[in-house]
Design a protein around this ligand. Sequence first.
Ligand code: 13P
Ligand code: SF4
Length: 304
Amino acid sequence: MEKEQLIEKIKKLKQEKNALIVAHYYVDDDIQDLADYIGDSYYLSKVCMMRPEELIIFCGVRFMGESAKILNPEKTVIMAEELADCPMAHMAEVARIREVRSQYEDVAVVCYINSTTEIKALADVVVTSANAYTIVSKLPQKNIFFVPDEHLGRYISKKLPDKNFIFNDGFCHVHTSITQEAVLEAKRVRPEAEILVHPECKTEIVDMADYVGSTSGILKYATESDKKEFIICTEMGILHQLKLANPNKKFYSVGHRQFCPNMKRISIEDVYEALATERNPIHLEGNLIERAKSALENMHALAN
Ligand code: 13P
Ligand code: SF4
């Protein structure tokens, strides 16, 4: 079937079923264009709570769909592509969390939203790159065990020198593959451009940035800036909204490898199939949902 025809069918079916389609900035441009809402991890988790639709088609990676389900257990949440998963979400260990809890009396386990539901269920609070600093700064505990992403943890720790951070060695290959050489070369070619960096990048890249923030933060910063050119150090899917919002500005991806294979698995055909068949809705065990929900609700309470 032609792409345009398929998009029309999706729109019609979505209306008939009163469904909601949400997408992260890293998915293909076509999918961003047909979604009802696009955003960063924090925004998408809020949208799924605020909207009344009972059927949600999630165009993103698994931890995002699971977060929507945890916060809305009564709704049906379906992954547009069931195999789209974030490797970093699996880079924290239950045993290590228990070990750190037994070593420190005064410790908060702070869990990046890029994590499995099992890990969220053991955390005190969930954070995203958009709210990690705000939330951790409000925690009374002196010791912070930050899982799974080492790099976001290190970025926040520098802003909170009074806390004692314990790091975990999780990482995102899309962001940690960005090198200082690549940033310097991009800056040599575009000397006027500002460098906008996602905090999943290594410290040496964060240190070169004019601005550090979540995907939404990068979009907001570039849109409000007087500057005309930007070097983007995150997954290249964000370039679509950057260009749409700023037709008179120029955006350059720092490299060719800033491509998340899991986000890019999702096709228009997948969205249609998920909506038409409602196959394999996300199912999580009730007790697990309850425990993970409390950490996610703490995020929403502390982020405001
Ligand atoms: P954001 O929450 O900033 O959109 O980041 C999600 C993500 O997976 C970054 O790699
Ligand atoms: Fe996970 Fe990295 Fe993809 Fe984000 S860009 S979903 S952290 S693999």
